[in-house]
Design a protein around this ligand. Structure first.
Ligand code: G
Ligand code: G
Ligand code: NA
Length: 250
């Protein structure tokens, strides 16, 4: 496709950049983490959505070129953040299932000087299930580095609880489709509460993504959620705006 062609021809170092969306601890109002979200401004196509170029890069075997560029940029930015704010970085199935890619990730983290203890790697349920054994090995290597692992888009894929329990997970991110059900549907609330209880019982942290309104935030707080992300708190912001975010929100 033309997207893949443009990716192949692109100067990725110059054209890729990273936006950051806060994950907020609603009890304190403080920023718990910033999630790195890839952005691509191509010289001929203009801005291309990550919902388009990430799948294209995955299909064409180019994640091994994108991920190192994005991870280096995100780690360099995060070195300037307050010491209690974590960096959350998305990895695709190709990143976690290839031993060479995992070694590359480990090397980039070590070279950056950013403490691995402040790093979260997000992987989707779907990615992990594509090649469970390789994914588990990759995640174990990241865990051994000292990073934490989040299971993203939870509830939308096909992972069974027995699979979830075999992975070295620290956190679950509840897909935003569950938030949409909250306001007028008692059953939707019950589903969220059940996931929150599951996380507590398995000793996972829990982030609910896609929170857009005060009402959703209040209902989620009642259901026991403490970590939230979504447009209600902040849209993804460019690196240049992050310092300003911290002066306002910690
Ligand atoms: O930023 P936006 O919400 O439009 O992102 C669209 C999708 O692209 C999301 O599902 C997100 O997980 C994915 N994505 C964004 N940045 C990255 C990245 O750096 N690496 C990978 N693998 N996926 C990303
Ligand atoms: O699946 P993942 O967490 O990687 O998806 C991140 C995507 O979700 C980004 O494209 C981001 O812009 C989008 N997003 C973040 N917060 C919200 C929200 O509150 N509402 C909606 N509709 N999309 C959101
Ligand atoms: Na994510």
């Amino acid at each position: 496709s033309h997207v893949v062609q443009a990716l192949r021809a692109a100067n990725l170092q110059e054209e890729l950049w990273v936006a950051y969306q806060p994950i907020v601890d609603v009890d304190t109002g403080m920023t718990y983490a910033m999630e790195a979200l890839a952005r691509w401004n191509n010289c001929s196509l203009g801005p291309v959505s990550p919902a388009v170029f990430i799948p294209s890069a995955e299909r064409s075997g180019m994640m091994s070129q994108l991920t190192p560029v994005l991870l280096r940029k995100a780690l360099a930015d995060a070195c300037d953040w307050p010491g209690d704010v974590r960096l959350s970085f998305n990895l695709s199935v190709f990143d976690i299932c290839s031993p060479a890619s995992i070694l590359g990730v480990l090397a980039i983290v070590r070279e950056s000087g950013f403490p691995p203890s402040r790093l979260d790697f997000e992987v989707t349920e779907t990615a992990v299930m594509l090649d469970f054994d390789q994914a588990r090995d990759g995640l174990n290597a990241l865990k051994a580095l000292g990073a934490r692992i989040s299971l993203d888009d939870f509830g939308t894929g096909y992972s069974s609880l027995s699979c979830v329990r075999q992975l070295p997970l620290d956190k679950i991110k509840v897909d935003r489709s569950f938030v949409i059900e909250l306001e007028n549907d008692p059953a939707g609330r019950q589903v969220v509460r059940t996931i929150v209880d599951l996380c507590r019982n398995l000793d996972f942290d829990c982030v609910v993504e896609g929170v857009e309104t005060e009402a959703q935030k209040a209902i989620l707080r009642e259901q026991g959620c403490r970590l939230m992300q979504g447009y209600f708190f902040s849209k993804p912001i460019p690196s240049a705006g992050v310092a300003d975010h911290f002066t306002r929100h910690g």
